[in-house]
Each structure stands twice: as structure tokens, then as C-alpha cells.
Design a protein around this ligand. Structure first.
Ligand SMILES: Nc1ncnc2c1ncn2[C@@H]1O[C@H](COP(=O)(O)OP(=O)(O)OP(=O)(O)O)[C@@H](O)[C@H]1O
Length: 287
């Protein structure tokens, strides 16, 4: 119990801090607490830019407590890593996977529209909203802008990141980032495609343990020949992987076409239809 009768519960742990739920009566918010001032400032500024896009938790305030920097933000529900972990066979069902991919793609589209690259796209950095309606409908939101970067000015001039982060060693980075290229929007989408493979039940953690060269080759093959490289449980999403493989840093990204391709992965359902957060044996289940 903290000041003013506020209760704090730990809900997430990160590399440099933690995320708490702060509960005061019926009101709850999330508080992200970190020792990394610059990353948190960038995150706060990015969340403010994205406030009206509705693809990230709403920004409430920033503050400081001793050595800790704090962001108060909208509390969301479970993240996709946890939901995958709780799902049977540690995989989303196909109809859930295509809807999740569609919504995650919409998040990236809104982020890129602001000339921001996220650079840390993974299941743990997407979460569903808290259900506030009787049908438990939820939407996917994108979290954690600590590594994000405003990569271009309004006139399109590319901007350097003064933090000089070396993202080459990031195992789940895209092939191009691993070989030293700057992260551009297509690399966020490529990281999303890895998250999709993981969400389909593939043991991606094991894949990441491959020697660096082998892992790099696999990523390249995924771009060149997704039909031969995709694990069997993700093959039905070939139309999506085909278009991800065609993306480059020169031509503008056609987000509508990518969303059409996600729809083509499962024509029998509407991929833009609602996700429902329900429970199975007391565990959260996304359908
Ligand atoms: N607004 C929020 N509402 C509820 N839970 C949240 C919220 N933001 C983050 N979380 C939870 O906390 C976890 C860690 O959050 P986040 O990724 O922002 O922190 P981080 O310190 O940057 O983590 P990492 O270093 O692992 O990337 C998330 O995976 C999610 O489970």
C-alpha cells in the first residue's frame, strides 16, 4: 500500500525496470518504472504522439521517485506471450492467429505513419485491452517503445539515433538488421512475421539458439523461399509471408495490400472481426 491508499501489484518485469498495476478504489492504471531515463523519455514522447491512434496504451503522466523514472499509462490486459503460453499446445488457433496478425499489422501501420520504428517487435510487446463489454471483445495494442526511433523528419530526411544502439546482435531482429542495416519499417514487419511463426506454436526459442550464421541463413531463406522454409503449422499464412519477403526500404509499404494478404490466408473468416478474451479452466484464452 503506497501513498493516498494506492495499492501496487507487479504485473511485468523488464530488463531495466518493472510494470506495476496501481489500484485506487475502482480505478487502475499501469506504472512503468525504470532506471533508464532516456529510454523512458522516448517511450513517453512516443506514447503521446500515438495517443489518438488507439494502437498503444494511453499516456497519463511521467514522474520520478528517487532513482526511478515513471510513466503512468492505461492498464491493458495480458500480453500475447502470456496468452500463447496459456493456450493449448502453446499456440494460437488459426482463426485467432490471423486476427492477431491483422491487428498487430494495424498497430505497426499507425506507428510507421508517425515515422517511428518500434525495433523490438515480439509477442511480449503486444497485449490485448481489458474487456469492458459483456461480450469480452478486445483489441491488440502495441507496448514498449523504449527502443523506438523517430527515423525521419516530416520532409522524409532520415534521422540518426543519438543513442547509437547496436541492434545487430538482437537475435529476433530481421536479416537486414543482423547484417548491420538501420531498422526501417519493413524490419518491424519482418520481426512481426517471426512473432507470427512463434505464435503458431513453432519452437522459436530453440531456433534462436542456432549458431549465428545458420540463423541468418534461415531468416534469408524465409524471405526468399517462404514456401519451403515456413514451419508446417505456419504454412497456411504463406500469402502474408510472401509479401513480407517482397518488402524493401525503397518502395513505400502498401499496408492495405499486406492486410489483404492476411485476409487471403483464411478467406472463410473475416480477419478484421473481433477477438474475444475468455477463460478456459481459469486461464485466459484468446479466440
Ligand atoms: N500498460 C500496461 N498494462 C498492463 N501490462 C503492461 C502494460 N505495459 C506493459 N505491461 C506488461 O509488462 C511487460 C513488460 O512491459 P514492457 O515491455 O513495456 O517493459 P520493458 O521493461 O521494456 O520490458 P523488456 O525489457 O522485456 O522489453 C509486458 O510484456 C506486459 O506484460
Amino acid at each position: 500500500m503506497g501513498e493516498f491508499g494506492v495499492c501496487y501489484y507487479l504485473i511485468g518485469n523488464g530488463s531495466f525496470g518493472a510494470v506495476y498495476e496501481a489500484k485506487c478504489g475502482l480505478d487502475s492504471i499501469a506504472m512503468k518504472v525504470s532506471t533508464e531515463e532516456e529510454d523512458l523519455q522516448i517511450e513517453a514522447a512516443t506514447l503521446q504522439k500515438l495517443y489518438y491512434s488507439d494502437v498503444s496504451p494511453k499516456f497519463h503522466f511521467t514522474g520520478r521517485y528517487g532513482p526511478y523514472h515513471i510513466i503512468g499509462l492505461e492498464l491493458v490486459g495480458p500480453d500475447l506471450e502470456l496468452l500463447r503460453d496459456k493456450a493449448a499446445w502453446k499456440s494460437f488457433k488459426r482463426h485467432t492467429l490471423v486476427r492477431v496478425t491483422y491487428q498487430a499489422m494495424k498497430c505497426l501501420e499507425a506507428v510507421h505513419k508517425m515515422r517511428i520504428v518500434h525495433r523490438d517487435v515480439k509477442l511480449a510487446n503486444f497485449a490485448v485491452t481489458l474487456p469492458t463489454n459483456p461480450e469480452n471483445r478486445v483489441v491488440v495494442k502495441i507496448l514498449d517503445f523504449g527502443l523506438s526511433h523517430n527515423y525521419a523528419d516530416e520532409d522524409g530526411t532520415l534521422r540518426e539515433d543519438s543513442r547509437n544502439l547496436d541492434l545487430r546482435a538482437m537475435k529476433y531482429a530481421s536479416h537486414d538488421v543482423n547484417i548491420g542495416c538501420d531498422v526501417m519499417p519493413k524490419d518491424d514487419i519482418c520481426q512481426l512475421s517471426f512473432a507470427v511463426i512463434y505464435a503458431s506454436g513453432f519452437d522459436f526459442a530453440q531456433q534462436l539458439k542456432l549458431p549465428a550464421k545458420q540463423l541468418l541463413d534461415w531468416k534469408q531463406e524465409l524471405i526468399r523461399k517462404p514456401e519451403d522454409t515456413l514451419p508446417h503449422q505456419t504454412k497456411f499464412m504463406l500469402p502474408f509471408f510472401d509479401i513480407v519477403g517482397e518488402l524493401d526500404d525503397v518502395r513505400p509499404i502498401n499496408y492495405s495490400l499486406i492486410k489483404e494478404r492476411i485476409q487471403a490466408c483464411m478467406p472463410e473468416i473475416d480477419v478484421a472481426s473481433d477477438l474475444i478474451l475468455t477463460e478456459d479452466d481459469g486461464e485466459p484464452l484468446l479466440v
